[in-house]
Design a protein around this ligand. Structure first.
Ligand SMILES: Cc1cc2nc3c(=O)[nH]c(=O)nc-3n(C[C@H](O)[C@H](O)[C@H](O)COP(=O)(O)OP(=O)(O)OC[C@H]3O[C@@H](n4cnc5c(N)ncnc54)[C@H](O)[C@@H]3O)c2cc1C
Length: 509
């Protein structure tokens, strides 16, 4: 007779604390098989990368330790999920499966549909539980923030004392960090994963860096220290958003009790970002197609899907001839992270200056970001590329950004060493150097460092013109209103009726 069992499926929730599926599974006393699946097909997709896997690999080692502390263990399969389910079902009498809802790529969306179908066919009960503040089957946006805030105020799920597990049920190993599915070559640096590191980051942020958070949030180098750097931990769920809120509340209480002052504006800005996180992921939950379709349909086809190769390569490799753009891109390639403003500027440059479709630039960035979170990523890409129809156009001037955020050119000189000896007066616009200056600072234009690949002013003039023509088309405003009704933030509810004659809402959603 086959033994009964149930599966606990870990995906982007690599922890055992505040984990409802685990909590519920532990109450049944049916032997559990905790699994993580390294889906090779997923890792071949254009958005996934070895850098993500490096982070997850650390998290899985740590998750196995966490599970061992409750008398269990993790089984990591390198296969297709349906094949894994079939194998388990063949050896045991699989009764049910526990997991968090996942709002991710269209790829995982289709995969989940197959899993549900398989469970139904095989009479396996699939228990799915909500993730963070994302509401599945949300009827409309009006009540979203109320529902989400209620969710965030709920108690945390304690880790169970013990999880009855089918130990040694399978001999599995975590695939290597350099598994053969990935392209060869090392990655320069990567953020390390694991719950302990996530907890250390939030504590360090609250106790040491919070006061200077807003001051440095946009600076390309200081942001690395003063932002929380929690993003990959939230993406892969070593810590839940709800838990971060509880830690913030605890910190506030302790400060108040001990009469320690703290920067209230910074704390409130940080809390808002956690809320934006859920807000953006909710958009993808409500409309999975925004991964590959413009929110406002009128913008579909506006940019060619086959970008100018020379420009695309220059942007991807940090060789555009715009020092600050190149420094940011090279920093990102090295670290796998860069702060919000610089992500927005890199996207804006690709979308408006180089007229590259956001789906092309988006995959490049997705692979580079350790924290790649589809809901935030695709919504932000669309916003920063002007294709939502409900956000004000934000076109970044790379020279102005450079002068504001790297006044002395220290960041540029570090990441674009070709410009190391360029005088400060030319560091933001080296193309203005005459030949004598170029020779004196060992930086001959085109030989040592490229001339700008485009004329910024002209390029954005053309971009604005093209966008404005689309906005004037019949039906634009009607569709913009529909986008707003589906996805817009209700903080400025009154604005729903005030879409301007250009079909543009001045909202930050
Ligand atoms: C084009 C583009 C693509 C982006 N892609 C991603 C992505 O794939 N994954 C991702 O986590 N963030 C993404 N962001 C948002 C933001 O840049 C990062 O969340 C932030 O830089 C992460 O650093 P941190 O953890 O130190 O953030 P902190 O400033 O410390 O903020 C705390 C947390 O709030 C959330 N958050 C912060 N800013 C935003 C924001 N603008 N929108 C939504 N949530 C936010 C993140 O979860 C972050 O970890 C993107 C932004 C742009 C412009």
């Amino acid at each position: 007779m086959k033994k009964d069992c149930q599966i606990l499926w870990f995906k982007k929730d690599l922890r055992i604390f505040d984990h409802k599926p685990l909590f519920e599974a532990s109450k049944t006393f049916i032997p559990t098989i905790p699994i993580y699946i390294f889906e090779t097909n997923y890792w071949k997709q254009p958005f996934s990368s070895k850098r993500h896997w490096y982070f997850i690999h650390d998290c899985l080692l740590d998750l196995d330790k966490q599970l061992k502390s409750i008398n269990s263990e993790l089984f990591v399969f390198r296969d297709d999920i349906i094949k894994v389910l079939k194998t388990i079902n063949k050896m045991f009498n699989l009764k049910s499966m526990y997991a968090h809802e996942e709002t991710s790529n269209l790829w995982t969306y289709e995969r989940d549909k197959k899993v549900i179908e398989w469970c139904n066919l095989n009479e396996v009960k699939f228990h799915e539980f909500p993730t963070n503040g994302v509401i599945r089957k949300l009827k409309n946006r009006n009540n979203w923030s109320k529902l989400r805030n209620k969710r965030m105020s709920e108690e945390l799920y304690k880790k169970p004392q013990s999880l009855k597990t089918l130990k040694n049920a399978f001999m599995t190993n975590i695939p290597s960090k350099n598994d053969k599915v990935f392209e060869k070559g090392l990655i320069a640096s990567y953020q390390k994963g694991g719950r302990k590191r996530g907890i250390a980051l939030i504590n360090n942020f609250l106790n040491k860096n919070l006061d200077n958070y807003l001051k440095h949030i946009s600076g390309p180098s200081l942001s690395e220290k003063f932002c929380s750097r929690l993003s990959p931990h939230l993406t892969h769920g070593t810590i839940s958003v709800k838990e971060v809120y509880k830690l913030i509340d605890k910190h506030k209480k302790e400060c108040d009790l001990l009469r320690i002052s703290y920067n209230k504006r910074s704390l409130s800005a940080f809390r808002s970002r956690l809320s934006w996180r859920c807000h953006f992921i909710q958009k993808l939950e409500d409309q999975p197609l925004i991964e590959n379709t413009c929110m406002h349909i009128a913008y579909e086809g506006m940019r060619s899907k086959s970008p100018d190769k020379r420009k695309f390569e220059a942007w991807k490799s940090g060789k555009t001839g715009f020092p600050f753009i190149d420094a940011c891109m090279r920093y990102l390639i090295y670290h796998g992270w860069i702060t919000f403003r610089m992500r927005a500027m890199l996207t804006s440059f690709a979308s408006y200056d180089l007229w590259i479709d956001w789906r092309k630039s988006g995959y490049v960035l997705a692979k580079l970001f350790t924290d790649y979170e589809p809901g935030i990523h695709y919504s932000q890409l669309q916003m920063q590329s002007g294709v939502t129809g409900i956000n004000t156009l934000r076109i970044y001037n790379p020279i102005k950004q450079s002068m504001e955020h790297d006044i002395d050119g220290v960041f540029i000189k570090k990441w674009v060493p070709e410009l190391k000896k360029v005088p400060i007066s030319f560091i933001h616009e080296p193309w203005k150097m005459n030949l004598e200056t170029q020779i004196n600072c060992n930086c001959l234009l085109e030989k040592n460092y490229p001339k700008p690949i485009i004329d910024h002013k002209k390029a954005i003039q053309v971009a604005r013109q093209k966008i404005s023509e689309i906005r004037k088309k019949d039906g634009f405003k009607v569709n913009a209103k529909k986008v707003f009704e589906k996805h817009g933030s209700r903080k400025n509810k009154s604005k729903i009726n005030h879409i301007s004659s250009r079909g543009q809402l001045s909202l930050f959603t």
